[in-house]
Write a new protein. Structure first.
Length: 336
């Protein structure tokens, strides 16, 4: 099966804009003007599927972060210290790797572009880490996750405003299915979240909003820079922003103990460097709103990790929620 697309363009314009090597073209005669019919093979379809796959893989790796967080917490690290360790370690690893493989990648085209990375690093990642941790402590895990996954809604709205990405019926339907699935998987709002009041819920919504900014601002930054550049600057600025809160903890931490080093390497490499790289690569070929909906797979993976690794209970409600989230992720891929 091939995707047939007819371009009513002059051959020279088509070749200049798309490149002859990517297409098998033949000239036709129509109304006295030469037009080109291009038979576009699997290439674009495969590239887009690959982009969705990168987004899903990145989200799945995010869903595994609980394993490493619990491992580091058992060695005395606070939530903020764990977040700081993730960002600092990832920034060091990626900077060293890029400096060896492609040093020009670290150069900024314009100093004014730092505003993108201040938003993705200091606002999106750093504020998100603080607000999400606070929401978990205030509302409980289930309610915090539900509020966090208001982020796809924020992404769809912000992408419509800044990138003119259309708000289609398919997106709305997938958002509804995804939201219902997240509520079902996590158990929704419990009594603890209601007792926390408007303040706690506002913090949870802040987590959703700041989390959404990475997809929106990151998409804009990708117009000028590669995924590696966007990711490394985001991590570095996030680490700097989290440093004051991380060093304020009075209780000593044995940073060089085998347990901290082992779990630290794990959390830096898998749910941080690899996850953000895959997600950012995927953003290149996927609308921000669609990427955010596919990213809800993180909830499924986190739930499976809880069931398999931490023996958390699961029932029919979780299975229904899993089906809804998966249907939203798959549906948004194949919608128009």
């Amino acid at each position: 099966m091939r995707l047939n697309i007819a371009y009513r363009l002059r051959p020279d314009k088509l070749r200049a804009s798309h490149g002859v090597s990517d297409y098998r073209c033949r000239d036709l005669a129509a109304s006295g003007n030469a037009v080109v019919e291009c038979r576009l093979g699997w290439r674009n379809t495969v590239d887009q599927s690959r982009s969705y796959g990168f987004v899903a893989l990145g989200a799945a790796l995010w869903g595994c972060v609980g394993i490493f967080v619990n491992g580091l917490a058992a060695h005395g690290l606070s939530s903020i210290q764990i977040a700081w360790l993730r960002m600092l370690g990832a920034a060091v690893v990626m900077t060293a790797w890029i400096a060896r493989q492609s040093p020009p990648t670290l150069r900024l085209q314009r100093w004014a572009d730092l505003r993108f990375f201040l938003l993705t690093g200091a606002v999106s990642i750093a504020v998100f880490q603080w607000s999400y941790v606070t929401a978990i402590r205030t509302l409980g895990v289930s309610a915090a996750v539900v509020l966090l996954y208001t982020s796809p809604g924020f992404v769809v709205l912000l992408s419509h405003v800044f990138f003119r990405e259309p708000i289609t019926r398919a997106k709305i339907a997938c958002l509804v299915a995804m939201s219902a699935g997240v509520v079902a998987v996590t158990g929704g709002f419990g009594g603890r979240s209601l007792e926390a009041g408007i303040g706690g819920i506002a913090i949870g919504l802040t987590a959703g909003l700041t989390f959404s900014l990475y997809s929106v601002v990151g998409k804009r930054a990708l117009l000028r820079y590669g995924a590696q550049t966007v990711t490394v600057y985001t991590f570095a600025i996030a680490a700097i922003a989290l440093t004051p809160a991380a060093v304020m903890r009075v209780a000593p931490v044995s940073w060089l103990s085998p347990g901290v080093v082992g779990w630290g390497i794990g959390i830096v490499v898998l749910p941080t460097v690899a996850a953000y790289m895959f997600y950012t690569f995927g953003l290149k070929g996927v609308e921000s709103g669609r990427a955010a909906i596919v990213g809800s797979i993180e909830v499924l993976v986190a739930t499976l990790v809880g069931i398999v690794v931490f023996a958390e209970p699961a029932g029919l409600q979780q299975l229904i929620g899993t089906g809804l989230v998966l249907s939203a992720a798959v549906g948004i891929r194949y919608s128009g």
